[in-house]
Design a protein around this ligand. Structure first.
Ligand SMILES: Nc1ncnc2c1ncn2[C@@H]1O[C@H](COP(=O)(O)OP(=O)(O)OP(=O)(O)O)[C@@H](O)[C@H]1O
Ligand SMILES: [Mg+2]
Length: 314
């Protein structure tokens, strides 16, 4: 396999007493979309800032296309684009004006800057709004403009730090299709997100980050497989909830969660259990079930389990 285009090895970074990164490792193959998933404060932005040469690690190394982010920062900058967590566009300028300004800052000739601005506006569906000041843009349009600003120099690697936080579903969908367009062009994308469905939709591989470390990696399916199936039981009589919880606890070796007045849900152990055994045990305890179902866990459940948050939180 070809060398990964993004590599981070043992990154450490502290701010005073806060250990934002404690040995973060990452590896992203060329052309892939890597989703860095983690709760607030996990260290996602800190990692992206180091990879994008905006901040130096206290320890560890990172390379983009073989270039060290500290020693060869210039070479790295020539190959990357970054759309930060907070849109960096100028409100007073129009969309077109913003793109032209950034293109000039990146030393494109005037003519090149104009051409590239129009090309990007057209490609990513902002041409109709091109000559309106950004103040009047919706949150989604603003993020999209920010994203395409990072594309002016045709980066090989694009970092997107929570590209859709705070956006409505339609605007999120628009950002997602823009990302897919880029990937179709061969751009490698590293995106951070707190949204499981976003990682599920876009990422080939997911790195789950918590407390400054990668605590799990894999495709969405591989991650779902790591925590085994879920068992959902709906009871005919809500009064049977406590004894049913005991039966399920004994079978699964884990405390079931009440997901409603008449229903329970529990993670099953690795090897899994057969539906027939579960039904038989409930039956033996004199518990009537209206529905017993085994299903794959959602990525949310995987994430909550891995980051050790209580399932009831979300
Ligand atoms: N410049 C800074 N000064 C002090 N502390 C910082 C600084 N930047 C980050 N931190 C701290 O480092 C930790 C990791 O922050 P970071 O911004 O990387 O998290 P994050 O995963 O991006 O979170 P979010 O999802 O909220 O954006 C947090 O505890 C944060 O308060
Ligand atoms: Mg962040």
């Amino acid at each position: 396999m070809a060398d990964p285009i993004v590599v981070a090895e043992g990154l450490h970074k502290s701010f005073g007493d806060t250990h934002a990164l404690r040995g973060l490792d990452l590896s992203v193959p060329r052309g892939a979309v890597c989703g860095v998933l983690g709760p607030n404060g996990a260290g996602k932005t800190t990692a992206v800032r180091i990879l994008a040469t905006l901040s130096d690690p206290d320890a560890g190394h990172a390379r983009i296309a073989g270039f060290d982010v500290v020693r060869d920062a210039g070479e790295v900058r020539a190959r990357i684009g970054l759309a930060g967590q907070y849109a960096a566009v100028d409100d007073k300028l129009t969309g077109r004006g913003n793109l032209r300004m950034f293109a000039r800052l990146y030393h494109l000739s005037r003519r090149e800057a104009h051409r590239r601005a129009d090309e990007l506006l057209e490609r990513f569906g902002l041409m109709d709004a091109a000559d309106r000041p950004v103040t009047g843009y919706s949150g989604g349009m603003r993020r999209r403009l920010d994203l395409i600003t990072s594309l002016i120099l045709r980066p090989e690697v694009l970092f997107l730090d929570e590209p859709t936080t705070g956006l409505d579903p339609r605007s999120r969908g628009e950002i997602w299709s823009s990302v897919r367009e880029l990937v179709a062009d061969g751009t490698t994308v590293l995106l951070t997100t707190q949204y499981l469905d976003e990682a599920d939709q876009l990422a080939d591989d997911i790195a789950v980050v918590d407390h400054g470390r990668v605590i799990a990696t894999g495709t969405p399916d591989e991650l779902k497989a790591t925590i085994g199936d879920r068992l959902d039981v709906v009871l005919e009589d809500p009064a049977a909830l406590p004894p049913a919880a005991t039966v399920l606890n004994n079978l699964a070796g884990a405390e079931p969660a009440a997901t409603g007045a008449d229903r329970l849900s529990v993670a099953l152990p690795g090897g899994g259990l057969r539906l027939a055994d579960i039904v038989r045990e409930l039956d033996r305890a004199g518990i009537a079930a209206a529905d017993v179902r085994l299903r794959r866990p959602t990525l949310d459940e995987v994430f909550l389990r891995l980051t050790d948050r209580k399932e009831a939180v979300r």
